[in-house]
Design a protein around this ligand. Structure first.
Ligand SMILES: C[S@@+](CC[C@H](N)C(=O)[O-])C[C@H]1O[C@@H](n2cnc3c(N)ncnc32)[C@H](O)[C@@H]1O
Length: 158
């Protein structure tokens, strides 16, 4: 996400952009914090110009450059916990990617999770789910088809 923002939205260079990444798994969080990937991991579809521009190369490893890394904060969090482990009531997220994780959860867990996501997302924010995923409660989300994909806008209570 950081690379895409730097690449396609250069006018945001002076903005205080925060990308928050969470996972329940400590190993996943440590890997993200290190931002260091083996050559084989780098060969999974990242365009070559992104590799050259946004990574430092040492031997067989590639490390995300500080200009990208400094935009990101990674921490361990359980999305099934209540309340949701994000405290953003005054300063909500503009975009949330909740992709390919709800498939592990029951319908009873998905419903409060998506209600919590609705609360921490800005009123004009955007939610992305995995391509086979749907919001548990469609009454609070509006699907929007754009660019060959579908995202969701929060519906505000009347
Ligand atoms: C299939 S991966 C998807 C990763 C990424 N969102 C993507 O689309 O490529 C699912 C991730 O969800 C994490 N996960 C599973 N249960 C979770 C929970 N209760 N809270 C937070 N993360 C969880 C797993 O550790 C795993 O890294």
């Amino acid at each position: 996400m950081g690379m895409l923002l730097l690449e396609h939205f250069p006018l945001l260079a002076g903005w205080n952009i925060r990308i928050e990444g969470t996972d329940i798994c400590a190993e996943v969080v440590e890997k993200s914090q290190a931002g260091c990937y083996h050559r084989i991991e780098m060969n999974r579809g990242l365009p070559a110009r992104f590799i050259v521009r946004y990574f430092d190369h040492l031997g067989e490893n590639w490390t995300v450059k500080p200009e990208v890394r400094k935009m990101c904060n990674f921490r361990q969090a359980n999305l099934c916990s209540s309340p949701l482990p994000f405290n953003r009531t005054d300063d909500r997220f503009d975009v949330i990617f909740l992709r390919n994780v709800m498939l592990y959860f029951s319908q009873e867990t998905r419903r409060p999770l998506l209600a919590g996501i609705h609360k921490v997302l800005a009123p004009d924010g955007i939610l992305f789910l995995g391509s086979s995923e749907q919001p548990a409660d469609p009454s609070i989300w509006t699907p929007v088809l754009a660019g060959g994909t579908c995202h969701f806008r929060p519906r505000q209570p009347n």
